[in-house]
Design a protein. Structure first.
Length: 367
């Protein structure tokens, strides 16, 4: 059997280091806001290339904290518009609407599945104040055009880097390209905890200080509260585990890239559309998405071979019940991707024989 993702096997690679890290936390007696969190923040900000990293509870919290901070500082206001890709995961959209802001959905590029920078300007309104790019599937969504649009209109540029830890574009890592970036360390991510976790990275000291305060109930000192805050902190065990896994991230990403190259070179089936990759440095292959108009038949064929896949994602945000006010809208590129996308296994612990088995099974499939 080839599972879509074997988290146990993934973590077993580093089990000795992980167990030592957990023991270190248990023996320290400090389980929240201790040395492990402080050191992880330092190491992760150095890795990303920003001045600050602030650990928090999860990726959605990270996004929400960014928007809350900009609102508290008066840079964003209730009802402001935020441009965002229409084909993103629901959490991205929830972070916008949950903070009283209006998501403005923009179609993705049909080849890269990233927000189409050529369609952004036509979506700008007088209320637009920010662009939230999402590095979907592990591929960098930033383009020079997006940067130019932000400069021209004085927009805030926020990154959702939940899927792209370690991705590089022109010598800079995603998570350092905008004014602030959100990161998720959900266990399935390229840099995954053994529970939940997240972080915000930024070069802006005011944003960093404000986010750190909001995430700690809004406090500026003990029992003194400037903001109506929340409770969102990265616990010591997760921070310690992430410190271990951060040391191995680039090695794991290189393995993912190798598997992706094998797929691109080896898969040859007229019914399959492979992703278009122009720069392998700008992709860390959190997922390897293919498009197939007979997706269910292909999934069934692979399951019969005991090869398991996943869909990212079955239904786009604008067709979800929670956004029923958008259900009448039509985003053809987004809807096509969601109806036909299938993610192949691309775990760094996949063996070469398993990769070959997957390629052979796909090439032998006839609809």
């Amino acid at each position: 059997m080839i599972p879509f993702l074997d988290l146990r096997k993934t973590n077993l690679q580093y089990s000795k280091e992980i167990k030592e890290a957990i023991d270190r936390v248990v023996e320290s007696g400090i389980y929240i806001q201790g040395d492990e969190n402080r050191l992880f923040e330092e190491e992760y900000s150095n890795f990303i290339g920003t001045r600050f990293a602030i650990g928090c509870g999860n990726g959605l919290n990270a996004l929400s904290l960014i928007f809350k901070a900009y609102k508290e500082l008066g840079i964003l206001r209730e009802g402001d518009h935020v441009i965002v890709p229409a084909n993103t995961y629901i959490a991205t959209i929830l972070s916008i609407s949950g903070n009283g802001l209006i998501p403005i959905l923009v179609e993705p590029d049909k080849d890269t599945y990233q927000i189409d920078s050529q369609k952004i300007e036509e979506a700008i309104t007088p209320q637009t104040k920010a662009i939230l790019i999402v590095h979907l599937y592990g591929q960098c969504a930033y383009t020079d055009k997006i940067g130019d649009i932000c400069k021209k209109h004085n927009f805030i540029l926020i990154e959702d880097n939940a899927q792209a830890h370690g991705c590089i574009i022109k010598g800079r890592r995603t998570g350092s390209l905008g004014h602030a970036a959100a990161h998720s360390f959900y266990p399935t991510k390229n840099l995954g905890a053994i529970g939940d976790g997240g972080a915000v990275t930024t070069d802006d000291p005011l944003i960093a200080t404000t986010i750190r305060s909001i995430a700690n109930y809004g406090s500026v000192s003990k029992n003194m509260f400037r903001y109506k805050g929340t409770n969102s902190r990265l616990d010591e065990i997760q921070a310690a585990v992430l410190r271990v896994k951060l040391k191995h991230l680039e090695e794991d990403n290189d393995r993912r890239k190798h598997i992706a190259k094998e797929y691109i070179k080896g898969i040859d089936n007229i019914n399959i559309k492979l992703p278009v990759i122009s720069d392998f440095d700008a992709h860390v292959f959190h997922q390897f998405p293919i498009l197939c108009e007979k997706r269910e038949l292909l999934m069934r064929h692979l399951e019969n071979k005991r090869i398991y896949t996943a869909i990212h994602y079955p239904l786009p945000p604008h067709l979800q019940e929670c956004y029923r006010e958008w259900n009448h809208r039509h985003y053809p590129v987004t809807e096509y991707i969601h109806a036909n996308e299938l993610s192949l296994p691309i775990s760094p612990v996949l063996t070469q024989s398993e990769v070959t088995e997957i390629i052979t099974a796909i090439n032998n499939w006839e609809e």
